[in-house]
Design a binder for this molecule. Structure first.
Ligand code: 4AD
Ligand code: MG
Length: 459
């Protein structure tokens, strides 16, 4: 039985077997108390070993980090704050953990230190809680869409198209880097590469997602995406997970309504289903976490034009590190000013200048802006980016030409606008940005099991 179940049990006197990792061992000359954790919940179960029953050699290797199997009886606990404990009859040590070398000791460790030993940090209370919340959020995402008739579409990770047009892609090749085949004009000859052309890891599943929406009606993708941007910030990963719903017949209004409902559902799901772990995070890392989560589920998001947002920023009198004029790409400091100081709630910013947004967004009548939307969150800044898509072949084709995008890689996408085009919209939610918000953590490296960032691909 898992410890999470046992701790809720009142079957006093029944025989039980528990297996897990020792957090601490203490005691006196009559009895040893072992705090055991098996990862099923943040709480430990107390194992009581009567020293009259156990030889010294049995208990000596039971140290912090060792893995044991205990057979015994579940009894009501007299200790404060715990309902049950296990009176041990037999203890088997599966794996020892030499106290001189085991890196995780009883004292708290810094998050920086734990990042260096990311292969062991799931054994800590904090990372146990984060990884359980991560699991619950992944499940809730599938549940949300399944309950609403969306289909999970698996889009490729290897692609030849740069969806966001930012050129921040990781190349995928089997060519010999030390002996590259060349064409007559001295360029790399990709016809000899595995796929017969230059390919990369995808930055987004959206382009293929749109094909799904224009056939199945409403789909979502949920998978890893890759960005080779050299940004070492607490909010960027080189490999992150993204959820991208795409809906036929949705305009920007519908898209915003879905994004707001989706985020509120996920946060509400965490409040309802991850209570113990959230309370632990609230106590250890962020005393306002649960309040903030509740606040977001209970209040409407502000909807604001980019132009209006820039006016507010300029009239704020605030000295920003990067001053902002109409046309500038908002920095995190601007986003957070709007959300945390001006409106004091999440903001959906829409109708951005077309120059700072991707080629596929629906162009507005003004010729200057596109029907983009970014959802901005407290402490995070941008958590969602999305838009209504340009459904008109002529306009999309003109934009592709204007940006000099290679037609040989994007022709199939353009064709969706030639045959049975439809108004449609979608967005991308950064899974780790969501988890930053839900767990209260401050660094994105701490909400993914094995972070990938510039100069770091350990484990
Ligand atoms: O705004 P982005 O670049 O939008 C897209 O990729 C669209 N194709 C989505 C769509 O419309 N289907 O990225 C979407 C979200 C961001 O709002 C952010 O939450 C997250 O993905 N994100 C990152 N998360 C972690 N590390 C990075 N380097 C990220 N880049 C974007
Ligand atoms: Mg964006």
């Amino acid at each position: 039985m898992r410890i999470a179940q046992l701790l809720k049990s009142t079957d006093y006197g029944t025989d039980v077997v528990v297996k897990g990792w020792v957090r601490t061992k203490r005691g006196n000359k009559n009895v040893a108390f072992i705090a055991l954790n098996d990862g099923s919940c943040v709480a430990n179960i107390q194992i009581v070993a009567d020293l009259a029953k156990f030889a010294d050699e049995t208990l000596k290797p039971v140290t912090t980090g060792s893995c044991i199997c205990v057979k015994g009886r579940l009894v009501e606990s007299l200790g404060a704050g715990q309902g049950v404990e296990v009176q041990a009859d037999e203890i088997e040590v599966y794996g020892t953990a030499d106290p001189d070398s085991y890196p995780l000791q009883k004292k708290g460790h810094t998050l920086e230190f734990l990042r260096d030993i990311a292969y062991l940090r799931p054994r800590t209370n904090t990372f146990g809680a984060i990884l359980r919340i991560r699991h619950a959020m992944a499940y809730a995402i599938h549940k949300y869409f399944n309950d609403r008739g969306f289909f999970y579409l698996h889009t490729p990770l290897i692609t030849a198209s740069d969806c966001e047009g930012a050129g921040a892609m990781f190349q995928v090749t089997t060519l010999d880097m030390n002996n590259l085949p060349k064409t007559e004009d001295g360029k790399v000859d990709y016809t000899q590469d595995f796929f017969g052309k230059s390919c990369s890891l995808t930055v987004s599943g959206q382009l293929e997602g749109e094909l799904g929406a224009l056939s199945l009606g409403q789909i979502y993708t949920f998978g890893p995406t890759f960005r080779a941007e050299n940004s070492n910030t607490p909010r960027h990963l080189a490999e992150f997970w993204m959820i991208e719903p795409e809906m036929a017949f949705y305009d920007l209004e519908d898209n915003m309504a879905l994004a707001e409902d989706f985020l509120k559902y996920l946060i509400g799901y965490a409040l309802e289903n991850c209570r113990e772990d959230l309370e632990f995070m609230n106590k250890m890392w962020d005393n306002e976490l649960i309040e903030r989560l509740k606040f977001v589920t209970e209040n409407d998001f502000v909807r604001l034009d980019y132009t209006e947002g820039v006016r507010i920023l300029k009239e704020s009198g605030r000295k920003f590190e990067f001053p902002c004029d109409w046309g500038c790409d908002l920095q995190s400091e601007h986003e957070r000013y709007l959300v945390e100081e001006h409106f004091k709630r999440p903001v959906i910013l829409i109708n951005y200048p077309k120059e700072i947004k991707a080629f596929y967004m629906k162009q507005n009548e003004d010729g200057k802006t596109v029907r983009a939307m970014d959802v901005l969150f407290p402490k995070i800044g941008e958590i969602i980016g999305g838009s209504e898509r340009e459904a008109d072949f002529g306009k999309l084709n003109a934009r592709v030409k204007e940006l000099n995008m290679p037609e040989k890689d994007i022709w199939w996408y353009l064709n969706t606008r030639r045959w049975g085009s439809a108004p449609h919209s979608g967005f991308g939610l950064g899974f780790e940005r969501l988890l930053l918000f839900v767990t209260g953590m401050g660094n994105i490296r701490d909400v993914i099991p094995f972070p990938r960032t510039p100069k770091n691909a350990e484990f």
